[in-house]
Design a protein around this ligand. Sequence first.
Ligand SMILES: NC(=O)c1ccc[n+]([C@@H]2O[C@H](COP(=O)([O-])OP(=O)(O)OC[C@H]3O[C@@H](n4cnc5c(N)ncnc54)[C@H](OP(=O)(O)O)[C@@H]3O)[C@@H](O)[C@H]2O)c1
Length: 189
Amino acid sequence: MSESKVALVTGANKGIGYEIARALGETGATVLVGARDAERGAAAAEKLSADGAAAVALQLDVTDPLSVTAAAALVERMYGRLDILVNNAAVLIERGQAPSRTPLEMLARTYATNVYGVVAVTNAMLPLLREAPAGRIVNLSSGLGSMALTGDPEGPYPGRGCWRTTRRRARSTRSRSRTRTSCGTRRSR
Ligand SMILES: NC(=O)c1ccc[n+]([C@@H]2O[C@H](COP(=O)([O-])OP(=O)(O)OC[C@H]3O[C@@H](n4cnc5c(N)ncnc54)[C@H](OP(=O)(O)O)[C@@H]3O)[C@@H](O)[C@H]2O)c1
């Protein structure tokens, strides 16, 4: 069994996920760089490794059940456990759309990644998290997940109730997790 912590970050080939992977690597953790595109994942892992992190690319499309199952099987085979799961992968395809004009197809794609993807990956990784001495799940959220902000008519997201549902649903999948929002960190069991 690996001595260092094993962390998986979904959507880690760029953006915030990449930076989380980098920061976890700096702590000495072995970082599994989740990426739906294997080449982009490999390039990110290579860059992180060049900077001194123990980074390993892991093909993981959170909307693809086969990919999720294969990723969990690989983590089990290689490490036998998972210490940290960071559900970071998300899409923002509805930017600029009024909720009343958002096509259902767009909403479905958003849910597939931001909600069902979180549930699928979490459920697949739970047995491995339970093998860790102190498994942790971190779900990335956003201001759109804040009831206070989206419920405030004077706030930055007036009338964005439908997006609030996706973030709230993702949150409802939490099991002993932390949800990060732009408003702070909340802990729950
Ligand atoms: N940026 C912000 O201002 C902000 C604010 C609040 C919250 N957040 C949250 O922070 C997280 C990261 O945001 P970001 O700005 O870094 O986004 P980003 O730059 O768009 O990166 C999103 C990552 O998710 C991946 N991804 C998308 N669909 C996927 C799928 N089906 N399976 C696996 N990976 C998938 C993307 O992969 P590809 O490269 O293949 O597309 C990419 O690696 C999200 O959860 C977002 O909601 C961001």
